[in-house]
Design a protein around this ligand. Sequence first.
Ligand code: CA
Length: 498
Amino acid sequence: MCLKNREHSKLIMSLLFLIVLFAACKDLPKVETEQAATVEKRPNIIIIMADDLGYADVGFNGSTEITTPELDKLAANGMKFTSGYVAHPFCGPSRAALMTGRYPHTIGSQFNLPASSEAYGSSGITISETFISKMLQNAGYYTGAIGKWHLGDVPKYHPNNRGFQEFYGFLGGGHDYFPEDYTVKFAKQKASGQKFIFDYVKPLEHNKNVVSNPTEYLTDELSRKAVDFVNTASEKKNPFFLYLAYNAPHVPLQAKKEDMQMFSHIKDKDRRTYAAMVYAVDRGVGKLVESLKANNVLDNTLIVFLSDNGGKLTKGANNYPLKEGKGSTAEGGYRVPMFFHYPNEIESNSIFNYPITTLDFYPTFAALAKAEIPEDKILDGKNVWQSVVALENPRKDDYVFVMRHREGYTDVGVRQNQWKALKTKQQTWRLFNIDRDMGEEHDLSEQHMGQLKTMVKAAEKWSKTHSEPLWFDPESLSVDWEEKEMAKFNKTFKLDVK
Ligand code: CA
């Protein structure tokens, strides 16, 4: 009996061991499945960039004159940024910074690319900089760019060669909106035999092929293509990245009649046209959101909305209460309307008041996408995700710089915590408490000279990381650059004490 019992116990022990072993082995593929699930949870990322849109020209920033119901819904269901900055107050350098995660001055992209690179030597954003799109593509994302490019128009700088599987749009710095007009203008310019055809009337393209017989108002066409992209991308196993760069409401001010009628209460024609152009963008965003919902991917998609720089005050825009507009280093030039919408991770009705910059997008999206950043990649921003979600300051005591070269001199802006130091129009440096004084009205430089000195010194140190421009726009600035010693900053960082 005793022996039998012992054998019986052995048998039970062996069975137990086998059961444990089986359970352990069964767990192995489970772990792998969990890892796969984590990877699959990576969000889709959509950047919707408007062009020259004013800070005050969206409902979510208080506009009652221009209605943007679709954008407002997204902002209300997500996080609005009140201190969202771009890295430059006009188009080309701002976009170069977004794509590379670098201040444009550090990679020779301080100026807009010339209107036609054929005329000025085939320039583009330096190839040694891996674009955010390429980084995400390398991590398995399906990538698309729709709309305005403005980062180089010869093959090596083409979006299809910089990390975008899909491209639909135009390569220059802007475009006319009505195909019945721009196709005729293009045909005329071509027939006249003129050497360089204006970028704004060139045919749209899809992956290097000319789009023949376009029929739609451009903003509507870009929106439709964005919907097509989402429909295709949602069928794929991997997440997607979409860069939807509307050229609206950038000039030429051209809007549809029915959209203009929506704003008949606005007397100024430029303002009325501009409002109608913004409304068309809003309609397109609504359609894009519908497609995300229909594909059941809205909750796991991070939608980032912003403008590439401030609104142009002479072309219908309003940046109130920010001072000045496009091109300026005052807040109106580079502090832009911005929100994140991402239901799975961001609570609705969130407001983020600390400064973030588009330079942060590269490292932040890389982290969300679990993507590898190239080892030698220099990044001027930081991964702000944890701070954003926790509503904490991601850059306490750290700086956000902006610099704009003018004809023979340089404007600068420096943000640190609640402070903004400003140098414009060859005036002396001024200092504002930007939390209390968004309009940069009350100069506090005399009361806080130590703070101002620290900020100017930091900006001067930063300026020593800059490279020579790879091109100038207009080309005549190359003469000013040399003869007026624009980049030697002997006057820019001189702090005249009153
Ligand atoms: Ca712009």
